[in-house]
Design a binder for this molecule. Structure first.
Ligand code: NYM
Ligand code: MG
Length: 189
């Protein structure tokens, strides 16, 4: 199997982390696979993002947007070298989250997309669409910035604008196993 760059997107509480883990397990049956997650909170830039998300620091909307983008750019050599050496990457959030969460604050969508131009393009985007009711049943949102119903609604509507025909838009309200099966079907593996 040729290495693929697979991006998993969705609102908070959509089940991305669990689904990414299951997908990595499944794909590893047919070749090398690794999981990446953005924001990567372990880098210097990632630590600034983490402080912002936890409201331990304040940054203006443009500045934090550019930090999220920088956090992807600082991984670009690693991403490219892995893909070139045949490692499929499953990525928990990437540029689409970057655009959707910042544009939901009222920033221009075109401006939001621009800093990510030139980053690797996905072979497939899986969007996990969770309803508000199920997100609430899953324990509701946490304490981080953006984890508010009204804001998540706006983010979802921007994701709908970003959606392209090749996205797999998957109902994430179902059981973990069902959602996993749908993802596997969408990828044709
Ligand atoms: N987020 C994530 C952004 O606002 N911009 C980005 O570029 C990325 C990758 O960070 N609410 C937001 C979405 C989430 C938050 O992500 C933290 P996670 O996957 O919950 O750790
Ligand atoms: Mg979250």
């Amino acid at each position: 199997m040729k290495a693929k760059f697979i991006i998993v997107e969705g609102l908070d509480r959509a089940g991305k982390s669990s689904q990414c883990e299951l997908l990595v397990k499944e794909l590893s049956k047919s070749g090398p696979v690794e999981l990446l997650k953005f924001p990567d909170r372990t880098t210097a830039v990632g630590k600034m993002i983490d402080a912002y998300l936890q409201s331990k620091s304040d940054l203006n909307d443009q500045a934090i947007h550019l930090l999220f983008s920088a956090n992807r750019w600082e991984a670009v050599e690693d991403i490219k070298s892995k893909l070139n050496s045949g490692v499929t990457l499953v990525v928990d959030r990437f540029s689409y989250s970057g655009a959707a969460f910042s544009a939901a604050k009222g920033l221009d969508l075109g401006w939001c997309k621009h800093p990510d131009v030139g980053l690797p393009e996905p072979d497939k985007v899986i969007f996990l669409d969770v309803s508000e009711e199920v997100a609430m049943q899953r324990g509701g949102y946490g304490n981080e910035r953006y984890e508010k119903l009204e804001f998540q609604r706006k983010v979802r509507s921007i994701f709908q604008q970003l959606r392209e025909p090749n996205w797999a838009w998957i109902n994430a309200d179902e059981s973990v196993e069902n959602v996993h099966q749908r993802i596997v079907q969408a990828l044709g593996v």
